[in-house]
Design a protein around this ligand. Structure first.
Ligand SMILES: [Zn+2]
Length: 355
């Protein structure tokens, strides 16, 4: 395999050994297949698979088939069984611990995981208990990591504010940020400005899913609402005002960091394949960005695989990936000591290991 920017051959294993910063991964989209199957069987959650077919591989295949449907709405619907499987505190703790353990094994040096705790309440788990269990699992892993509390933008203003207050309650105790997730068309972030203010004024980092399915204007709107990071944001590079919008963001005095998840975007219909992904246009416009998984199980991709795909489809070099990881470390919502430590690990990565 040849790197378009670097004539040196890049060994496949390099992507796993690179020190990585993971900013955008949903816990309920990243369960280990074997864990999901075990939890579903124990809780008697029915899966549309014959008993003989209930293997971790078959469960992952079925879930990914549902998710990779070309629409964000259908992609989000694929999370129903994973959320149901996490409906008690020990399961939340386990899923969070395993996500961090998997990330560390994949070369991650700093991670932020996210979840919407209010989704678990209809299944009988109090949101406070969910947050405490998720944080406990992350902390048990030993990885430098934190939790972003998501609210579902499709919920009422009151519910989203409840999620923001929940995040604030655990600020400094493992919760580092607040996010709006879920279907985007017809559910503008502006409806939830007060919730965003509640979280921001308490010192939490704000990252908002924006410009994932809806237009690039949603990205500008999210920034105006106080987001310093944007989940996806890829639509800013599409449409007739793309150049103007990207220049506007690139020139902002306060940098805005885009958490780009290319494989997920192919599954939700942003583009047909990675070769058509707007990432190169975003990079060329000077936007600050890094590459993430979104949902390891649902999208069927690890962080190192995602980086390798971007290298293969778009010619990103190891040096460029490392530069984007440095930017991700700086943009993280974790305490500065942990950000600096991750930055040092990236800077000290031996480039001679690439050969
Ligand atoms: Zn996401």
């Amino acid at each position: 395999m040849l790197d378009k920017e670097n004539p040196l051959p890049v060994n496949d294993s390099v992507w796993q050994t690179l020190p990585k910063v993971l900013l955008h991964e949903h816990l309920d989209g990243g369960l280990r297949p074997a864990t999901l199957l075990e939890l579903c069987q124990r809780k008697r959650i029915s899966l549309p698979l014959d008993t003989a077919q209930q293997t971790p591989e078959a469960v992952a295949h079925w879930l990914q088939g549902n998710a990779q449907s070309g629409s964000l709405e259908r992609y989000v619907a694929a999370f129903a069984p994973t959320v149901a499987a996490m409906c008690d505190a020990p399961s939340c703790e386990r899923v969070a611990f395993e996500a961090a353990e998997d990330a560390a094994a994949d070369g991650c040096v700093l991670a932020e995981f996210r979840m919407a705790p209010l989704l678990l309440q209809p299944h009988g788990l109090a949101p406070e208990a969910a947050v405490e269990a998720l944080v406990a699992g992350l902390q048990r892993s030993g990885l430098a990591c934190g939790l972003i509390v998501c609210a579902m933008r499709t919920d009422s203003v009151q519910e989203v504010e409840r999620a923001a207050r929940l995040a604030v309650r655990y600020a400094g105790q493992g919760v580092v940020g607040f996010d709006l997730a879920g279907a985007e068309w017809g559910f503008p972030a502006t409806a939830h400005s007060r919730a965003i203010d509640i979280a921001r004024e308490a010192g939490l980092g704000i990252t908002l899913h924006a410009g994932e399915a809806d237009s690039g204007e949603r990205v500008l709107e999210a920034i105006a609402l106080g987001a310093t990071r944007i989940g996806h944001g890829v639509q800013i590079a599409l449409g007739e005002h793309a150049a103007q919008h990207m220049a506007q963001v690139a020139d902002m005095s306060q940098p805005v960091h885009f958490e780009v998840c290319p494989t997920s975007n192919t599954h939700t219909g942003v583009c047909q394949s990675l070769a058509d992904h707007p990432l190169p246009a975003m990079w060329a416009a000077g936007l600050e960005l890094s590459i993430h998984t979104d949902n390891r199980l649902v999208s069927g991709v690890s962080h190192s695989q995602e980086l390798q795909r971007v290298h293969q489809a778009m010619g990103w070099s190891v040096e460029r990936v490392l530069a984007s990881m440095q930017a991700a470390a700086k943009a993280s919502f974790l305490p500065s000591a942990q950000r600096m430590q991750a930055l040092e690990q990236i800077l000290s990565y031996g480039m001679d290991a690439i050969d």
